[in-house]
Design a protein around this ligand. Structure first.
Ligand SMILES: [Zn+2]
Length: 347
């Protein structure tokens, strides 16, 4: 997007949206004199020191000194970069900001999200059906409650070759988009497509607004690899996402700290234990992008990797990456052989 277009869009958004209205969506404001007052969303407090000026279209907190305009508010509150905040506010203002040359990729992103959301529902429905009995038993054995399964929208992909493909085609999604989602894979030998996830627990990966951008799948049988992700797409990049952030970001901000674990299960188990400020690094070594994503929400990270050798090996590099992003880092050393969720259970 050109600078000129950005400035046009900013002015148009400012003309159409009122900062008092936008902030009222998340903070209860009361009018006092010329300003509106409420409890600051950026630091814990009991009496309001957070003020919003309709005349100036600015906010300021006398407690933590956070302040700015409608854009910086949305960036800070939602943990977005400027472009993402611009998109979100443009949508609220009913402004189409995509340039013609961007239109195609915007449409494709939307189509991919629609496919992913449909597949999420499909796998979740199977998990709660007769076909999902063994998968449910596995999750129960791992100690997950039905509530956690529903919060993280877990699903099950049965051991069949073309189930999700047939379902999505029947739903009317274009074959090209289904292929692009990474949920089906091409067999070179037979020149046919088959479902990526078979006999696997399916973990949808969400972005901040609860849209599903990708998936992880854990094998229930002996088939390796134990964990598998959908391929990188226009939407999904493993190195730019953190599992559990969509569910945990409010809590991370409130606590000004995050727990970092390795696996999906650890992450869900900690949320379930009430430690909702937990994220997982999607089975990769922690990346710079993931660290700076965390930095949008908090200043402090506690690394809680597995007590096994692999977990210990990953700890030092993670600390380096987090430190370089300006985060304070602590390590909780788990007893050898203990996963974080087992540790919490014995707590
Ligand atoms: Zn404040």
């Amino acid at each position: 997007m050109t600078k000129y277009m950005d400035e046009q869009n900013i002015r148009e958004i400012e003309a159409r949206l009122d900062i008092v209205e936008i902030i009222s969506e998340s903070v209860q404001l009361h009018r006092r004199g010329n300003n509106y007052w409420g409890l600051c969303p950026f630091h814990p407090e009991k009496t309001p020191s957070f003020s919003v000026s309709r005349n100036k279209q600015m906010y300021y907190c006398f407690g933590c000194h956070a302040g700015g305009n409608i854009f910086s508010y949305v960036m800070k509150k939602e943990g977005l970069d400027f472009k993402e905040a611009l998109e979100l506010l443009a949508a609220k203002a009913g402004i189409e900001i995509a340039l013609p040359r961007d239109r195609k990729s915007t449409d494709k992103r939307k189509a991919l999200i629609a496919v992913n959301n449909a597949a999420t529902q499909f796998y979740a429905d199977i998990l709660s059906s007769e076909k999902g009995r063994a998968a449910r038993a596995y999750l129960e054995k791992r100690g997950l409650t039905p509530e956690s399964i529903s919060i993280f929208k877990l699903g099950y992909a049965p051991d069949e070759w073309n189930l999700v493909e047939e379902y999505l085609l029947k739903k009317g999604f274009a074959p090209e988009i289904i292929k692009a989602s990474g949920l089906i894979k091409r067999s070179d030998k037979q020149n046919r497509f088959y479902d990526l996830f078979r006999n696997r627990i399916v973990f949808p990966i969400f972005i901040y607004n609860q849209d599903v951008v990708g998936f992880g799948g854990r094998s229930l049988g002996e088939v390796l690899p134990k964990y598998l992700n959908t391929a990188e797409t226009e939407l999904f990049s493993k190195r730019r996402n953190l599992y559990g952030l969509a569910q945990g970001r409010e809590s991370i901000r409130e606590n000004n700290s995050a727990f970092l674990v390795e696996g999906y299960m650890d992450c869900i188990k900690l949320h379930q234990a009430g430690i909702k400020n937990t994220v997982a690094s999607l089975g990769t070594a922690l990346t710079e992008e993931q660290a700076s994503l965390l930095r949008r929400y908090t200043e402090r990270v506690v690394v809680l990797y597995d007590g096994d050798e692999a977990g210990q090996r990953e700890t030092m590099p993670a600390i380096k990456v987090l430190g370089a992003a300006g985060l304070q880092v602590e390590i909780v050393s788990l007893p050898p052989g203990k996963d974080p969720d087992e540790y919490i259970e014995s707590y």
